[in-house]
Design a protein around this ligand. Sequence first.
Ligand code: ZN
Length: 265
Amino acid sequence: MFKKKITYIIAACTLGLLIYLFWGPLFPWSPIKPGFQKIPSSKANVYIQNMLSSDSIVYLIDQILEDEQVFHQLNYVDRVTIIIVDPKTNMKRFAPWLKGSGYSVSLSLLNLIYIGPTARNSPFGISTYLKHELSHMLMDQNTGFRKALTMHEQGWFLEGLAQYYSGHYFYSRAEFIEICKSNQIRFNSLREQNPLEMSFPNLKLNYTYYQLFVEYLVNQHGLQLLQEYMKLYINEPDNYQELFSVVYGLDLNTILDSFKTSLKL
Ligand SMILES: [Zn+2]
């Protein structure tokens, strides 16, 4: 009787593992990936489901990774796995905790990126989403686990930089200013909320705000200072204010005030 029970438990666990491996969150580690096409790359593992002609950017993945390294002045430490999900489905199967969110996500601890159906159906195509997540991955791979968590909680620099670099904008500068004015939205701080906890309209506005600030930094003070700040920031995200003053010679709030003035909100 006891032996029978053990056999049932082992059979149930094996079945569960197989389902998780071929159909669930363990899919990236499954040795076979039915329905997915593997894209040749010397630097990443890329799998795409139901590829369309608009997704042909995936063949340039090695160049995309190279460009990320040049812009961020950092190198990828580990090989990245990128799973690009069917445009007609959702990501629940792979990442149930995202509750079916269809955008894209970088799971840096696992060196894993999912590009979801919303990203694939977006007028920007998958290119900007790939660049955004690869920016997070690169910065996360070049710091420690706790520091990466701090960076994701702060959001303003990490998301602003990823949005700026990817060239993806939820709102143009003019649209952003108009929405803020007509809804009387005031932004007091760059890091008042964890971007991961925001509801979507709010997140889009915040991401645009962060992105416009990074764009302002580059336009006013140059890309080189931004790259210098990035290198220091990933090693000491808790010290972001002091580091900012060291690199820019001005305090963050002073530059932030000039940026806000430039938006004429
Ligand atoms: Zn992001």
